[in-house]
Ligand binder design. Structure first.
Ligand code: 0X9
Ligand code: ZN
Ligand code: ZN
Length: 427
């Protein structure tokens, strides 16, 4: 039986207002292939209004890797002229950022009571959703508050799985570590919805929900997420204040205890990849890390959802050294993205973070792996840059559907490695 979630009082709000002022701003993509190109990009990053999307910071720009960045309206023509002059070809990914944002935000306030999983939801809506879905599925879902954010918001964890009376192995899944990556929280909500929908129906997911628990944190960086809805759609970090600096926030995915503040992280509070003043300085990171440490005996896999670039990454990102389990994780990632591809033909890359994208110390996946959680993966969801962080709502469904196949694959694999032929736990 399909169970629907009704949220009596939640009406989808008409969202408008400040989402960052970006009229006339463009997003460009280019691929530097020599030192002159690199130098030009560095110069531009200091003089012009630019903001790096992929990679996230000018320090991470290298030759033979494409770069996406936003350039302010007032700088666009000058930067484009400069690029032509040095012979660095570029592509305009987004002509006018504000128009795109405006189109995505100008929607009528619908009064539907059924939770719409094919839309992005603000934090208040997601918070109500966590309460409602737990209330309506008491046999399958419990909601916990694992901590509070810097600004005092609750960080929730949904414990999803059939009650069996005995402790079950678990798969940890988090979303929304980075604020602007809206498809990520949308995926966690989709995942929970699917787990309930399939419950009782004979399906892989049903088996998984019977045998495993899924520990789902729909939004980790709740303050940043709220801020991305109200003030700046492209906010990435937390919202904690940095003493002695006007710049706000720490990159939560540089704040974990995994070669903290090493390569690919910055000590500058103004950097989008600021590692924070000390390990786990961010309350959101501390809450997540504490929970995982306290449940490390049952957590068999750690999955964290980000966007964009369509990749399935595994440790390490803090070093080029291969992990002990490299071959197994590489096979698993290959098969997971193969399953994903089978639905809509979406291509994902895979491999260790360091060699697949860039060195970036202090990430949650590396930390979880070093804690002993072997199956540790970061997903970078759709797309590859056409819309980037502004992935249209029309892509929520296909993105989530295909990603479910990858998660199912990993969960099924993890389950199989722990069960003997009698279906009993062996380790
Ligand atoms: O740089 C990141 O934190 C992630 N990419 S994102 O575009 N979503 O910001 C990649 C994380 C890979 N893992 C680690 N760096 N540990
Ligand atoms: Zn991210
Ligand atoms: Zn589809």
């Amino acid at each position: 039986m399909e169970r629907l979630l009704f949220l009596g009082f939640v009406t989808a709000v008409a969202v408008s207002g400040p989402v960052g002022r970006y009229p006339g701003d463009k997003v460009l993509r280019l691929k530097p292939d020599n030192e002159q190109h690199l130098q030009f990009i560095r110069d531009v990053s200091h003089t012009a209004e630019v903001d790096f999307w992929q990679p996230h910071s000018v320090e991470l720009v290298t030759t033979n890797r494409s770069v996406d960045f936003r350039v302010g309206a007032g700088w666009a023509s000058e930067v484009q002229a400069g690029l032509k002059k040095i012979g660095l070809k570029y592509e305009v990914l987004i002509e006018n950022l504000q128009n795109l944002m405006k189109n995505q935000f100008d929607r009528k306030g619908s009064r539907s009571v059924r939770y719409d999983y094919e839309r992005y939801h603000n934090w208040d809506q997601i918070e109500s959703w966590t309460a409602a879905i737990a209330d309506e599925n008491p046999n399958l879902i419990s909601r916990f508050e694992i901590g509070r954010s810097y600004e005092g918001r609750s960080i929730y964890l949904l414990w999803v799985g059939k009650r069996t009376g005995s402790p079950k192995p678990a798969i940890f899944l988090d979303c929304g570590i980075h604020a602007r990556e809206w498809i990520s929280p949308a995926f966690c909500q989709w995942f929970v919805k699917e787990a309930i929908r399939n419950f009782g129906i004979s399906s892989t997911l049903n088996t998984l929900v019977n045998e495993l628990d899924f520990l789902v944190v729909p939004v980790v960086n709740v303050d940043g997420y709220a801020y991305s809805w109200t003030k700046d759609r492209l906010w990435r970090k937390t919202r904690s204040r940095n003493p002695g600096s006007d710049c706000v926030g720490t990159d939560p995915n540089r704040n974990f205890n995994a070669k903290w503040c090493g390569n690919g992280a910055s000590r500058d509070p103004c950097s989008p990849i600021y590692c924070g003043p000390y390990v786990e300085s961010e309350k959101e990171v501390k809450a997540l890390a504490d929970f995982i440490r306290n449940h490390s005996s049952i957590i068999k896999a750690y999955l964290t959802m980000h966007s964009y670039s369509q990749k399935c990454l595994f440790p390490y990102s803090y070093t080029y050294s291969l992990v002990f389990d490299h071959d197994e994780l590489n096979d698993l990632a290959r098969n997971a993205v193969g399953a994903l591809h089978s639905l809509h033909g979406t291509r994902y890359g895979f491999g260790p973070g360091s060699s697949t994208i860039y060195l970036a110390a202090g990430g949650s996946d590396d930390w979880a792996y070093d804690l002993g959680i072997k199956y540790s993966f970061t997903f970078e969801l759709r797309d590859t840059g056409r819309y980037g962080f502004l992935l249209p709502e029309s892509q929520i469904k296909p993105t989530c559907e295909e990603t479910m196949l990858a998660i199912n694959y990993i969960a099924t694999y993890v389950l199989s490695t722990w069960l003997n032929p009698m279906g009993e736990w062996t380790k």
